[in-house]
Design a binder for this molecule. Structure first.
Ligand code: SF4
Length: 381
């Protein structure tokens, strides 16, 4: 499609990221593939004054198709993939405790990863080596999906729609180029920018019917959608770690003890006779205090989830801003509702992810998975 090539109001000139997207959409040789992060769906309608029940992710999918984007996919797909890799990595570390440093920290928030690199580089070995869902999506889009389409990686233009400004920096790191043809994720626009895009395109949201994501990278579980709320990555990882260790699913809400809005939360859970001491922290001030306590030996954990923004990505720096109003909790609640409504509550039950392993990656932590889905955090400081 070509409909945003001549923006009538000039708003698209406001940021390079939107400008570049406009050119990619106009370029007939490019296949434009978009991913929508979990937290975006809980906030994108706010600037249009849409009611939460009308501002569904399916309506956003329809709006994005009207801009000329070729395929609209879901970052939830690779949030599930992140859990497959990260939960198995955690188990591997638990089984070889003498070989690894504990606690293991999550690695999907680039604001946090950058903070570690600058402030606590000695903790880099504690970070999970799993890439973030955004970067896993880019790597899979330019390899597996490019093969499915029968195109070269450089013909794919991979766009991210994120609640986050730090994701722009993450996508441009030199190590995030698995095909050697350029960044896996070509550009990142925020929830606020996607609002400007829709407005500039004069898309009448009230007349727009909901549309489904494209397949196969549009399939995501309930465990994936809660990545957008503080505690969500931990909960999703525990659900699948339980399955990997016992061969049985826990009750989907068995680990809801890690939910909440307090800046630091702790929980001890038992999985197959193994005690897991978990902590969930959001906001970098809280994170610094937690790290200092760990360093002094005042606190000890096995697994820690860190999100730089208070309340997690739901309250991310790229989300709509409302004066004096903090919406992270309200948006997080939307994500937990979406999880509860989803037929699939476990990342390991995502059929599209299962197929990806069957036909392409082989298994979690395989050689190919390491090549495409993991990173060395000591690079790219
Ligand atoms: Fe980005 Fe904030 Fe989410 Fe981290 S917590 S990924 S900085 S929006």
């Amino acid at each position: 499609g070509q409909c945003i090539t001549h923006c009538p109001v000039g708003a698209l000139r406001e940021r390079d990221d939107l400008n570049e997207l406009v050119y990619a959409i106009a370029d007939k040789k490019k296949v434009v593939v978009a991913q929508i992060a979990p937290a975006v769906r809980a906030a994108w309608g706010e600037r249009f004054g849409l009611k939460r029940e009308d501002a569904t992710v399916k309506r956003l999918v329809a709006a994005l198709r009207r801009t000329g984007i070729d395929y609209v996919f879901d970052t939830n797909f690779t949030a599930d993939l992140t859990i497959m890799e990260e939960a198995n990595e955690f188990i591997e570390r638990l089984k070889n405790k003498d070989k690894y440093k504990f606690p293991m920290f999550t690695s999907c928030c680039p604001g946090w990863v950058r903070f570690v690199k600058y402030e606590y580089p000695e903790l880099l070995p504690n970070l999970s080596t799993a890439k973030s869902p955004q970067q896993m999506f880019g790597a899979i889009a330019k390899t597996y999906y490019a093969q499915q389409l029968g195109v070269e990686p450089e013909e794919i233009y991979c766009l991210s729609i994120m609640p986050c400004t730090a994701k722009k920096y993450e996508s441009q790191m030199a190590c995030m180029d698995v095909t050697g043809t350029g960044p896996d994720v070509d550009s990142v626009i925020t929830t606020r920018e996607v609002g400007r895009l829709i407005r500039a395109e004069h898309i009448q949201l009230e007349h727009l019917k909901e549309e489904e994501f494209d397949e196969p990278l549009g399939c995501g579980s309930g465990a994936a959608v809660i990545f957008g709320a503080t505690g969500g990555v931990m909960e999703a990882a525990l659900r699948s770690a339980y399955y990997f260790l016992t061969g049985e699913n826990p009750a989907p809400d068995a680990f809801k003890v890690v939910r909440g809005q307090d800046g630091v939360r702790e929980a001890e859970v038992e999985i197959a006779g193994t005690k897991v001491r978990a902590a969930v922290v959001s906001g970098l001030g809280n994170t610094r205090r937690l790290i200092e306590r760990i360093k002094k030996g005042e606190a000890e954990y096995d697994f820690v989830e860190v999100m730089a923004c208070p309340g997690g990505c739901a309250g991310g720096g790229g989300q709509p801003i409302h004066d004096n109003l903090e919406l992270a909790k309200e948006r997080g609640d939307v994500l937990y509702e979406l999880d509860a409504e989803n037929e699939i509550r476990f990342s390991h039950e995502n059929p599209a992810v299962q197929e990806l392993y069957r036909s392409f990656l082989e298994k979690p932590l395989s050689h190919k998975s390491h090549e495409l889905l993991h990173t060395d955090h000591s690079l790219g400081i």
